[in-house]
Write a protein that binds this ligand. Structure first.
Ligand code: AHM
Ligand code: MG
Length: 333
């Protein structure tokens, strides 16, 4: 019999407060999964009139998923506060104490453009520690920690199967939700991303806006076996980060959503704290690498909750190559 998530957490994968919090995240995601699967029958598809803090039109399922996570996770006694792509400011749960010593960040429903067309979407989550000398409410400043501090991180992909992939900083484990029993069953004990790959994921419609190192990297991949790389590459782009990263976690590859010149003052499209950081922790813990154009993603010091970042992550050899190309571009001619 495969190990269940409950057994895995009870067997010391994490300290009890953190284990209970992750259990609550998993319960919420099982509930979201059931709604995703009902689709139009559950009246959860379509857009709302509201926009989130990033100026994006909210889908019904974005808001429903956010509410499910807020309600389920607030019950975990170790949680002091939450923040989400769908909320402007932080959401205090209870005062920070020795017991309430974690913060949870999430993108409740990533890949929103795919919700209504029945393509894989997901939830991304990140857990950070917090402490206080005397009980007090959480502030945004408590959340602004580098991803390296994460106590846990992961994602759930709502695809042909619903799969939870997560780490407590000691490797990566994957669980699949059995729809017959509603149990998460362990399917991979130690996920490992191959160092080498022949597959990349990028939205190539933005090619004309890319910075020279990114263009050079993709040009070399496209040149195939007669070019600098000496091998042919394949390309995949789902446009749900969770689905694109999950493919890389399962079989290798590299994912890029880099800075581009469409909005030169914006670091990138994706958000550091609840998209890039948790994915970077999963990827590093599985043997891959994550780079933001300046250094490892996990070392970036956030300045604000919804900060954007350039994202390049996946198989280590490809991310190292991207880093070399960025560093060479900075050398004086
Ligand atoms: P979302 O969090 O609003 O869904 O936006 C993030 C998504 C990522 O999942 C995906 O990688 C990217 O946006 C796709 O962007 P594009 O439509 O430019 O290809
Ligand atoms: Mg997202």
């Amino acid at each position: 019999m495969p190990v269940t998530l409950d057994q895995f957490l009870a067997d010391g994968a994490a300290e009890p407060g953190l284990a209970q919090l992750i259990g609550a995240v998993a319960d919420a995601c099982a509930e979201i999964s059931a709604l995703v699967r009902r689709g139009a029958a559950g009246e959860v598809l379509g857009a709302l009139e509201s926009e989130n803090v990033q100026g994006e039109v909210q889908k019904k399922l974005d808001v429903i998923s956010n509410d499910i996570l807020l309600e389920a996770c607030a019950k975990a006694p170790a949680l002091a506060g939450m923040a989400s792509e769908e909320m402007d400011t932080v959401h205090p749960v209870r005062p920070v104490t020795d017991e309430a010593r974690y913060l949870l960040l999430f993108d409740p429903l990533d890949g929103s453009s795919n919700i209504d067309v029945n393509v894989s979407i997901g939830t991304i989550f990140s857990v950070l520690p917090v402490s206080a000398e005397a009980p007090r409410d959480v502030t945004e400043a408590d959340f602004l920690q580098p991803g390296r501090n994460q106590a846990a991180a992961g994602y759930v992909v709502y695809g042909p199967q619903t799969t939870l992939v997560m780490t407590f900083g000691r490797g990566v484990t994957a669980f699949t939700l059995d729809p017959e029993t509603d149990q998460w069953l362990q399917v991979i004990g130690a996920v490992s991303i191959p160092r080498e790959t022949k597959e990349f994921a990028i939205n190539a419609s933005n090619m004309r806006h890319w910075a020279p190192p990114v263009r050079r990297y993709i040009d070399d991949c496209l040149a195939g076996e007669t070019g600098a790389r000496g091998k042919n590459f394949n390309m995949r782009w789902v446009a749900s980060m969770v689905a694109d990263v999950h493919r890389i976690v399962m079989r290798g590859g590299v994912f890029l959503y880099p800075w581009d010149a469409r909005e030169p003052n914006r670091a990138g499209k994706l958000r550091l704290m609840y998209e890039a950081n948790p994915m970077a922790m999963v990827i590093e813990q599985a043997g891959g690498a994550a780079y933001d154009g300046f250094g490892p993603t996990l070392d970036a010091k956030p300045a604000s909750l919804h900060q954007r970042v350039s994202v390049m992550l996946g198989s280590a050899a490809e991310v190292e190559r991207l880093q070399r190309l960025h560093e060479e571009a900075l050398q004086p001619a």
